[in-house]
Design a protein around this ligand. Sequence first.
Ligand code: AMP
Ligand code: MG
Length: 267
Amino acid sequence: MPETHQLKPGNKIRLARTSTTGKDFHDDRDAAEAEFEALRLEMAELQYKLYAEGKRKLLIVLQAMDTGGKDSTIRKVFRGVNPQGMQITSFKAPSSLELDHDYLWRIHAAVPAKGKIGVFNRSHYEDVLVVRVENLVPEKVWKQRYEQINQFEQLLAASGTTILKFYLHISKEEQRQRLQERIDMPEKHWKFNTHDLIKRAQWDEYQSAYEAVLRRCTSKHAPWHVIPADQKWYRNLAIARVIVDTLRKMDPKFPPPEQAVDGITVD
Ligand code: AMP
Ligand code: MG
């Protein structure tokens, strides 16, 4: 039985005491990669049926500290899945138009349509993470958001959206190495942003803000998974397992033909 990283409602997770190391959960990288490849193929088949069925939606939320691996998770885990059935949205700092609306406005507009798998690269959770750490709105405003987010996710779930949330958990040392690579390797310069160093200096504040999210916004219909993400091969496997397991349970089916097709011959 694979290790589960799914949190339960009412959890009191402490990130500093939660492993970031895939090797604590799996000791054979080759076997992990082989299992991952098989899961990837199965995911593509299940997604094809979800799309054909055209009724339900799967929303995958990715959150992490900088360099946590959100982009590479999208690149690796969804490789081979038909892009037409995917809806991927990267949330940046809100534009002035977006700021003229409530914080869920742009999020709601990006939730997957029927038959689609939607991926959020960052999400509404930034509105209780960066916004909280950097005091972008008063405390009394962001404090209400945990409950608002729970209600919003409940609305999505009640409207046929299955929600999976992943926090890619890396260590501070792993982040140091990955940031240093972005500085040392010319082909990674484009990913480097000096603001990442400021955020790194606020590591503890961000970890506390993440703990609040993981504790307060884990519900039965929208659970968080804390994925040990220092080793990319384990991260990919752990995420693929959850997604494929979820799609298997959704059990999408090809719709019946609109009319009887028996005996029709195309000239
Ligand atoms: P990246 O994901 O590296 O492209 O960076 C996107 C940036 O947008 C990050 O620094 C986020 O913290 C920031 N961001 C995303 N959502 C929000 C938000 N709701 N409010 C403020 N900043 C945000
Ligand atoms: Mg960045």
